[in-house]
Ligand binder design. Structure first.
Ligand code: GDD
Ligand code: MG
Length: 411
């Protein structure tokens, strides 16, 4: 298989983070968003990935070079001289996408889910139509593309991008698979796949949809990024829990048949930071994960938390639920963090309080300072001691010396 990832656009809604890095390289759960996607594509048998970029490809080149060897995949850059929208890039990359007759995947660069690409390919091949898009249900469909199917089937009757009036709640998840013939519908000029190509395919009954299982989030805005983080952590916890259950069951089964007990094969089940749980316990599974050497002491953690092993954490902190702590982060004593993401090399000083916020790379939150209300600090921002920041977006390299009481952009 082949795949194209739509990487263009300026990531305006994820500023100030995207002033420092292109959106696909912004970390989600401590790994660039695009790395989650590349890893899943490769797992499904993708050998060639086109990155459709419309500005500064050089900033992504090094990371992609690393991924080529790490994931054993060829990554092609397709650079637009003017933004070609969400369809134009497919025509521009036709040489790679048409290298053989197999269908190809297309995905938006800001979506997070469990990426069931193999299931999508199997479903697509089985119905025989020209394209399949993954759909998911949301409460507020107005900021997405909405699909309406033909009575109970998978065939899409209408596709409406960002509807003003309610047409349905099943929305385009930003993950597609197409037969090569779709390329003949597209010219290499600015074109919206959602507004031009999908309605045309739907009118010919050539567009199908497949419901996505599990979590999904467009993490292209800070609020959704934080919400997506908590969903993702719970999905990890559920998966670990299921693995641990399977290990318990299989070792029980094997000890019943063999005279010598077999040690648990799963590193998850035996890891010292998992709380062991039996099927009769009804509490939802919980994730406390340090992606590296086991942590010896965890009294400060509440709910699902992911902490890079290179981070250091002081005494008397309370962290969680729904917190991600990146590499090299330094957390002082008595710090409280909840529903937040602390990115690489940031420092949170003693007795600071960080809630529902994103602390960018190399930033500092001073002693007794408070962040809340989806505050986002860009790269290298310094919030001085005792200051309160509520819902503000702080651009890179700023020093915040006075309280910011209401949501605004500080530049
Ligand atoms: N190469 C390239 N060139 N990529 C582009 C361009 C362009 O000119 N314009 C946008 N993109 C990329 C973005 O980087 C993103 O990965 C994807 O196309 C979709 O653009 P967004 O700006 O994130 O669109 P959206 O979130 O408002 O809506 C889209 O995603 C929803 C799901 O998250 C639509 O596809 C909706 O139908 C969908 O529901
Ligand atoms: Mg988006």
């Amino acid at each position: 298989f082949k795949a194209l990832i739509l990487v263009g656009g300026f990531g305006t809604r994820l500023r100030p983070l995207t002033l420092t890095k292109p959106k696909p390289l912004v970390e989600f759960a401590n790994r660039p968003i695009v790395e989650h996607q590349i890893e899943a594509l490769v797992k499904a048998g993708v050998t060639d990935i086109v990155l459709a970029v419309n500005y500064r490809p050089e900033v992504m080149a090094k990371a992609m070079h690393d991924y080529e060897s790490r994931y054993n995949v060829k990554i092609h850059f397709s650079v637009e001289t003017e933004p070609l929208g969400t369809a134009g890039p497919i025509a521009l990359a036709r040489d790679v996408l048409l290298a053989d007759a197999t269908p190809f995947f297309v995905l938006n660069s800001d979506v997070i889910c469990e990426f069931p690409f193999s299931d999508l390919a199997a479903f697509h091949t089985a119905h025989g139509g020209e394209g399949t898009i993954m759909v998911t249900k949301v409460d507020d469909p107005t900021k997405y593309g909405v699909v309406v199917t033909k009575g109970g089937s998978s065939v899409i009757d209408r596709f409406v991008e960002k509807p003003q009036i309610f047409v349905g709640d099943r929305i385009n998840a930003g993950i597609y698979i197409f037969n090569p013939s779709v390329i003949d519908r597209i010219q290499p000029r600015p074109t919206s796949i959602e507004r031009e190509i999908f309605p045309a395919m739907a009118s010919e009954s050539q567009l199908h949809c497949m419901d996505l299982e599990g979590i999904w989030m467009d993490v292209g805005q800070p609020k959704d990024y934080l919400l997506g983080t908590s969903l993702y952590l719970q999905a990890l916890a559920d998966r670990d829990y299921a693995l641990a259950q399977a290990a318990v069951t299989s070792s029980a089964a094997s000890s019943a048949t063999s005279p010598t007990p077999v040690p648990s094969p799963s590193p998850v089940a035996s890891s010292p930071y998992r709380h062991s749980r039996t099927a009769s316990q009804a509490k939802p599974p919980r994730l406390v994960k340090i992606a590296g050497p086991p942590l010896c002491r965890l009294p400060f953690v509440k709910g699902n938390v992911l902490i890079d092993p290179s981070a250091s954490i002081g005494e008397g902190c309370k962290i969680g639920p729904d917190v991600i702590i990146g590499p090299g982060v330094v957390i002082g004593d008595g710090v409280r963090i909840v529903s937040s993401v602390i990115m690489e090399a940031a420092t949170i000083k003693d007795h600071a309080f960080v809630k529902r916020s994103i602390v960018g790379w190399h930033s500092t939150v001073g002693q007794w300072a408070r962040l809340d209300g989806t505050a986002v600090l860009g790269d290298d921002v310094h919030v001085v001691e005792e200051v309160y920041v509520n819902g503000a977006i702080i651009l890179p390299h700023k020093e915040v010396k006075a309280c910011v009481l209401s949501p605004q952009i500080i530049m």
